[in-house]
Ligand binder design. Sequence first.
Ligand SMILES: [Zn+2]
Length: 441
Amino acid sequence: MAAILLRNGNVIDGTGSAPQRSTSVLTDGDLIVAVGPDAESRAAERAADVKIIDATDLTVMPGLIDAHVHVTLGEPASNDELFNRREPISAALLAAHNARKILRAGVTSFLDVDGLFNIGPALRDAIEAGITEGPRMKSGTFALMTAVGGTAGRMIPNEGTAGYAEVVRSKDEMIRVVRRQVKDGADIIKIHVTGLIPARKGEIQVWTREELKVVCDTAHDLGVRVTAHSRGDQATLDCALAGVDIIWHASYLGERALEAIVERNVTVGPVFTFLANLAEYGAKAGATTGAQAVFAGEMEETGARLRRAYDAGVPLLCGSESGFSITPYGHWHAREMEVFVNQLGLSPLEAIACGTSTNAIALDQKGEIGVITPGAKADILVLDGHPETDISVLGDKSRFRHLLSRGKEVDLTPIPDRAPLRGERVEAWSAVPLTWELVHP
Ligand SMILES: [Zn+2]
């Protein structure tokens, strides 16, 4: 049965408009074909052929979109695990497993920003071909770095690839690698514009504006967009002026960067979820907590400026950074919307619009996904709760009643826990050095 009538729900269409009470939605194949009275009459015309789902007192809204995922990283608890404990075959199998968890958290589309071993594009194609279950996906591949970059300090090699990094040492190499990544199936090119080195405090800018422009021009000539990890004012300004399409974090941006972002209407995703989880809940998971105050400060300062960008019409994306032990798959995909309400002062409906219709920009499918309207894709979440007054219900999977992905009902049974793979985790010999004094207090 290809058509489904979601009858009589409270429809949040994803554009920021108020909920439409007692409204029906009709899908046919992978499209929404009618909303409102039209949905009922068209369903009646072909009654035998339509499955009816009663959505009375339930919320009907677009499936969630996560604009910033790393589906291939496998929830490492440290850079050691990420860079030294992953090999291609098991990482690919694990990514396919984790994509199912993401779907069952109500996420019907995501952008995989960068990842390991060029697995992202292959997983995207496998999902599309029906080989494995998962959300719609667009994917980057290795993140471009100069030998300094990323957030892994000296683990970034001087050349070649490691983890999610691919080092480019000259403008010629930048051009060559961008073209090869496009050939390898990348939907988007990722640059790490700022990074950490052990001897310095904070992230430093490790690309020139000219170098960024080389990457942007090469990718754009091939019809591929560019996205950048950037912290700091100058780096974020240079991203905007070089032609970067989506800037992540934009932390500590100043007036110049803000102005350039607004003037060029550059899309920004703050990806606060990782910071918010560490700052607010890190202690529950035994996280090292020294940086909590720093993260709270970063969210406050950056949040105030990004609120001004939002008010000036800049698209703000909701991304969860899912893929690390602080942001495991299937748990925090709706959290960024909650942070947008708490940190940026958005209304829940405005935050939902960011996490649905605006987030479609991350997949370059604006208007096609993330909205409940005739002609849009039939990706629909039905839940018991009122996210327009309490945004946090979107993180509670026990409230989900139905999920349509590509017009088909998804089994929402939780994916069972799994055992660790051999060699997957770093196993310490001891938590502290076994000194003589420890034994003889
Ligand atoms: Zn990321």
